[in-house]
Design a protein around this ligand. Structure first.
Ligand code: FES
Length: 238
């Protein structure tokens, strides 16, 4: 059923196999229900107006982290963004900044994930495994709240000027993920991770701009994690 309510999507387009330069293409998107999501609008473009448009999505529930985009200058997930909440009927949609474009809104995330892997994002144990299980008290478990929820969407790192300027900078996402394990009472890998984080492309390169905090669609706080890592480094005499 047609509602005759429309917004304009102005979308970044680039196919390196045929375009010399990126360009922007506009589409009229119909608002078909109250609370319609940006992802629904992109699907409408793809399925009804222009099947050549490329973008990533999978879960449509804010879980997989595949649909991070820059919308009217702000990084966000298309599946968690209501079009009406953008407060305008002209919506400019671009790939996440600071990442190489593969095609249209699809970016190359290899470097982002490589940085994530670099900080050893898993429990490291040195002492023998207990007979039954690794006990963690409710208080220690609570310390992981605000860290474990990260879905690796890249909105934080790609909003960070240091991440754009220094291609080796690990970035807020890697720091948040590193801190999630550093403060886990079951982990014994601090001495494996801290030298990596103390590198000139590590936590000291953060200028505390807070873009990462504003960009995170899960309301996590990578800057707080960076401060925690810095404190650990100082306490341990790095
Ligand atoms: Fe999975 Fe948005 S589609 S987080």
């Amino acid at each position: 059923m047609s509602t005759n309510k429309f917004v304009t999507f102005e979308i970044f387009r680039y196919d390196p196999e045929k375009d010399k330069e990126p360009y922007y293409q506009t589409y009229k998107v119909e608002i078909r229900r109250s609370g319609m999501l940006l992802l629904e609008g992109l699907n409408q473009v793809k399925w009804e107006l222009d099947p050549t448009l490329s973008f990533r999505r999978s879960c449509r529930e804010g879980v997989c982290g595949s649909d991070g985009l820059n919308v009217n200058g702000v990084n966000m997930l298309s599946c968690m963004t209501k079009i009406e909440d953008l407060g305008t009927d002209h919506i400019v949609i671009q790939p996440l900044p600071g990442m190489k474009v593969i095609r249209d809104l699809v970016t190359d995330v290899d470097d982002f994930f490589q940085k994530f892997i670099t900080v050893k994002p898993y429990l490291i144990r040195k002492s023998p495994a207990p007979d039954k299980e690794f006990y963690q008290s409710p208080e220690d478990r609570k310390l992981l709240d605000g860290l474990y929820e990260c879905i690796l969407c890249g909105c934080c790192s790609s909003s960070c000027p240091s991440y754009w300027a220094d291609e080796k900078y690990l970035g807020p996402n890697a720091f948040l993920r590193a801190y999630r394990y550093l403060i886990d009472s079951r982990d014994e890998g601090a001495e494996d991770r801290l030298p990596i984080l103390n590198d000139k492309h590590g936590v000291w390169r953060c200028h505390t701009i807070y873009n990462c905090v504003e960009a995170c669609p899960k309301q996590l706080n990578p800057t707080k994690a960076i401060v925690g890592i810095r404190r650990m480094l100082l306490e341990r005499g790095y």
